[in-house]
Design a protein around this ligand. Structure first.
Ligand code: ATP
Length: 235
């Protein structure tokens, strides 16, 4: 579904990605783990077109997207939930969800999707007329994911969904991610510092160090890999 080949991405003179290659098949949950500054967020930004690669190739559904604008990439079916959530604090929950559908004009479809999201996240239904900024951190993360779902993505990019949340809330969010993958048939690319949890829900994983992929395997194998255990699982 998605294939990165030798992607090199820069911020001015700083090279953040030094030739990243990876692939994601339809229906998978793939996690990208690595230390602070390894290049995980930059990988997502390169895919979503916000920080396009200088060289290399990114293909989605067989088509090159590395030179396509971010809004066109959303339209093709890739949606990113940024780190730190970035919901609209002064808009209500329902208005935030509407913003996620800004590239769509099928009113009945949008309404149906919103109702479906309220089934998936009952807490958001209860708070639909409340300003986004008044929600708890976990609820804001649920809203950020839901807003992305309103674009009906085929591939959902999640950047550190567990960041700053309590363990119980993190479990809820991860359960929902699994549900979105299974029930909505949405492919998921999950960037996480919480490698332990990410590998528990992922099918496969990639390990990134200094702008390069250094290891890839099935999630179960990575969980028992001695290097991964030492560097990322704190064991
Ligand atoms: P984190 O978990 O801290 O978000 P990360 O693995 O997502 O880390 P990136 O944010 O992708 O890492 O950063 C990769 C490299 O690019 C780092 O060396 C970082 O300092 C650098 N970098 C990131 N954003 C910028 C920017 N806007 N300008 C300059 N350098 C940047």
């Amino acid at each position: 579904m998605l294939k990165l080949s030798n992607v090199k991405t820069y911020y001015g003179n700083i090279q953040a990605l030094k030739g990243v290659s990876l692939d994601i098949a339809e229906g998978e949950i793939i996690t990208l783990i690595g230390a602070n500054g390894a290049g995980k967020t930059t990988t997502l930004m390169s895919i979503s077109g916000i920080v396009p690669p200088r060289t290399g190739e990114i293909r989605f559904m067989g088509e090159p997207i590395h030179a396509v604008t971010p809004d066109e990439i959303v339209q093709r079916g890739i949606c990113q939930v940024p780190e730190g959530r970035r919901i609209f604090p002064y808009l209500t929950v329902a208005e935030n969800l509407d913003m996620g559908a800004f590239l769509r004009n099928d009113k009945t479809g949008i309404k149906a999707d919103m109702e479906h999201i309220f089934e998936l996240f009952p807490i958001l239904a209860q708070r639909r007329y409340q300003a986004g900024g008044t929600l708890s951190g976990g609820e804001q993360q649920m809203l950020a994911i839901s807003r992305a779902l309103m674009a009906r993505p085929r591939l959902l990019l999640l950047d550190e969904p567990s960041l700053g949340l309590a363990p119980l809330v993190i479990r809820q969010i991860f359960d929902i991610i699994r549900k979105i993958n299974q029930e909505q048939n949405t492919t998921i690319f999950l960037v996480e510092q919480n490698a332990n949890l990410a590998l528990q829900i992922a099918h496969r994983g990639y390990v990134m160090e200094n702008g390069r992929i250094t290891l890839t395997d099935n999630a179960a194998a990575l969980l028992t890999n001695a290097e991964v255990k030492k560097a990322y699982l704190g064991i």
